[in-house]
Structure formats: structure tokens, C-alpha cells
Design a protein around this ligand. Sequence first.
Ligand code: GLV
Length: 320
Amino acid sequence: MKPKIYITRKLPDIVVTRLTEVCEVKMWDKEEEPVPREILEKEIQDVDGLYCLLTESIDKPLLNRGTRLKVVSNMAVGYNNIDVAAATEKGILVTNTPGVLTETTADLTFALLMATARRLVEASDYLRAGDWKTWSPMQLTGQDIYGATLGIFGLGRIGEALAKRARGFDMKILYHNRSRKLEAEEQLDIQYADKERLLRESDFICVLMPFTHETKNYIGAAELSLMKQTAVLVNTARGGIVDEEALYHALKNREIWGAGIDVFEEEPVSTEHPLLSLPNVVALPHIGSASKNTRLKMSLLAAENLLQGLQGETPKNIVN
Ligand code: GLV
């Protein structure tokens, strides 16, 4: 008998076809709307495998309903949406999709850094609003990227890929990580710095660590107060790592210069969110890995992880 799986969002046909070869597949067939919790609660009772996105909270009460559930495959590298401890307790494998999105997410992180530093969105809006009357010396001036100091919090795959990009801009690169990465220090010509030094010395700070109990509000009022007044903060990791209220005040009072934000504490973020009222914020709707190729690779990798787990193999990207 084929194992049964539930997919929480409409996936590309090629992925569904692959899964259907091996499994009996049921799928929430909408692209732009997450599966309602009541439906997920019902569907999970009857399946061996769950293919989910970061928009679903796979918490303990939900896992408890999955009495025959063996694998949860998340189509994302981050898996803070899943209660991994509860899954482990129940012997459920959890998988994610690292590697395939590294370069694309580093591209977006650097793009957001540049867009914020050079006020691209504000400048484009200014032109479209008909405000461009003449060229003038200090009009829409931003911060230099070339030769500036970049500080990276979290030197995983994406952090290293970001450092490579920054090298091309002759940036001095500092990083802070739970453990030192001596090989990367040598290969990428980057320096380890303690948290305080990184905050004080960087012109650009990129947050690229996972969201855990330890990293919740990792950047709060105290950290923001150490940053340069000309500094730009970029977060393409997870919303909860930066305290949004503290960030709002720091930006509003020009204690720091700008922020590029791809991720929010609550997603989708409300258009009434105070951060969106500030001109020195470039805000994006969680598109770090959103290139056509990469999203396809992620969706296929998540399928392979699920199939491996269901077929009794150890999935390539197991997290527990
Ligand atoms: C996206 O945020 C991911 O974790 O893959």
C-alpha cells in the first residue's frame, strides 16, 4: 500500500507528479492561501507524511493528532515553525531544505543591503510621484557600500555566501557566531568579533542566524544603541530575532540610519505596522529564496526528503 501524504499548499506539477509516483497524495490546492488550521488538524490524522511550508505552525497539539505520522518535511531551511522536540519525542522525522537556497538568499540579502543604503525604493517613489524637479547635490544621498564594514550575525552557509559578495565590494568583514569558523576566516578574509564590537564597528549589519529561544530579540534597544548613527541593519533571517518596537524607535529617532527587512514577527505584516510608515525602511514580503529555480529546487528537495523518510531511509536533510 502506498503511504499517504498531505501537502499544505499547491506545488508545481513536477513535484506533485514525483510524489504521486510513490504516495497517495492529498493537497491543499490553493497557491496564495494557507490551509486553514481546522483542515490541517483533520488531514494530519490520516497521513504518514506531511509536506509543509513555514506558514504552518506544526506544534505539539497538531503533532499529537498525527497518530500515524512518520515524517514532516518543511519546504524551507528554517524550521522554527515546527516543534522539533515534540516531533522527536513521538519518533517523527523532521526535514528541511538547506543548501539549495544559499546563493539566492545571499543575493537578496546583498540586494536589500544596497537598496537600503542607496534609498532605491524611496528614490523610485519620488520619481513616480513627480517630485523630481532637478538634479541637486545632496538629493537622495545614501551610504557608501564599497569599502565599508559589514558585520554578519550568524556565519552559516548564507553568511559565508554573503561574505563572498561583500569581498567584491572591498568591504571589511566582521562576523559573530556561536563558534568560530577558522577555515572561513582564512578563506574569506573575515574577522571574528564579539557581539559588542560587531555592533559598534559595522556600517552594515546582516542578521542571518536561525530563530530559536536564544536568538529571540537578539537585536533589541541595547544593541541598536551601540550601532553607528549611519548604520544599516538588514534582516533576511526571521522576524523575531530583531525587536521590532525597538527598531522602530531607533529608526524614527535616527539612532541608526536605515533598515532592510524581509522578515517580520507576524507574517504577512499588517500595512498598518509602524515600521512601514518610515521612509528609511525597505520592506519585502519574505522573498529571500524567491527565484524560480531555487523555489523549484527547494520544493523538489522537500519531496525527496519526505520520500526518503517514508521509505525507511535516513533523509538527506534531517534535523532531529
Ligand atoms: C525561508 O525563510 C527559509 O527558511 O527557507
